[in-house]
Design a protein around this ligand. Structure first.
Ligand SMILES: Nc1nc2c(c(=O)[nH]1)N[C@H]1C(S)=C(S)[C@@H](COP(=O)(O)O)O[C@H]1N2
Ligand SMILES: [Mo]
Length: 284
């Protein structure tokens, strides 16, 4: 169905009317996360996607101009088999799974989202990273004609993010193509985005066109915008405040009372060992 997702309709119509295209052969989530899912209309109407404007309503309103086909993703740099993947090929590269993850924005709000995708490691192992591949850089689309927010220098375009190679290879790190069983709404980063659930939301780059494996730590768009506020690691850490607000608590979208923020956003059991020996107050 080709109905506009989100946008002005979301307030008036039930979720099913917003249904986009179903993703085929999705393996249901096995992980039992007790948190209640955030409703589709909140996930699609309250977004950060600066390429479409800086207010939370802008992406749902403006992302219609994004063309998600044709689309290619270039994987290059320190790899033995650099490749340009067509999106259709990428969608079939590995079995799609549903993964229910918490997403915690640095602005101290959070959601619980049933993503659909597969581990980024599936893609990375196919291009064979070399011994020099220490970091992975993610680059989002740059096209001010499709992305009106890029006419303003709110960030250094294109949007760039990065991970250390072991973080990128961690099975939790998801290359997502959908949510709630459907193709990703444009405002959520169609046609393909990253989801790194133990880090602040901005690490999860949307509408990715390039993945570059590199030897040196990349400089991200947010580090350029404010190096004291947005570090490279950006692990969710209730003990390290943002310079302008506390990170101790968060507002789960749809809830009234704030809840305490969990170290590594609740994924400490799975990822804390990646940082053993590191001072995470300095490497924030
Ligand atoms: N390209 C791009 N990716 C982005 C952003 C952005 O502005 N541009 N915003 C980030 C931020 S700050 C958050 S919190 C999440 C929000 O994802 P969601 O709107 O799908 O929940 O996307 C992240 N990825
Ligand atoms: Mo965010």
């Amino acid at each position: 169905m080709k109905l506009a997702t989100g946008a002005a309709l979301s307030g008036f119509l039930p979720d099913w009317v917003l249904a986009g295209e179903q993703l085929a052969n999705v393996k249901k989530s096995t992980e039992a996360l007790s948190d209640k899912l955030t409703p589709l209309k909140d996930i699609t109407a309250y977004n950060n996607f600066y390429e479409f404007g800086t207010s939370k309503e802008d992406p749902a309103q403006n992302a219609g101009s994004l063309k998600t086909r044709p689309w290619t993703i270039t994987v290059e740099g320190e790899v033995n088999k650099p490749r340009v993947f067509d999106i259709e090929e990428l969608l079939k590269l590995a079995p799609m799974e549903e993964r229910v993850y918490r997403l915690r924005c640095v602005e101290a709000w959070s959601m619980v989202i049933p993503w659909v995708g597969y581990s980024l490691a599936e893609l990375l192992k196919r291009v064979e990273p070399t011994g020099k591949a220490k970091f992975v850089e993610f680059v989002s689309l740059e096209d001010p004609k499709q992305m009106p927010g890029q006419k303003s220098a709110t960030l250094d375009w294109p949007y760039r993010e990065g991970l250390r190679i072991d973080e990128a290879m961690h099975p939790l790190t998801l290359l997502a193509a959908g949510l709630y069983g459907e193709v990703l709404p444009k405002q959520n980063g169609a046609p393909i985005r990253l989801v790194v659930p133990w880090k602040y939301g901005y690490k999860s780059a949307k509408s990715i066109v390039k993945i570059r494996l590199v030897e040196k730590q990349p400089v991200t768009s947010w580090m350029k915008a404010g190096p004291n506020e947005y570090g490279f690691y950006s692990n969710v850490n209730p003990a390290v405040d943002h310079p302008r607000w506390t990170q101790a608590k968060e507002r789960r979208i749809g809830e009234f009372l704030k809840r305490p923020t969990l170290p590594f956003n609740g994924y400490a059991d799975q990822v804390a060992q990646l940082y053993s020996g590191m001072d995470l107050t300095k490497n924030f």
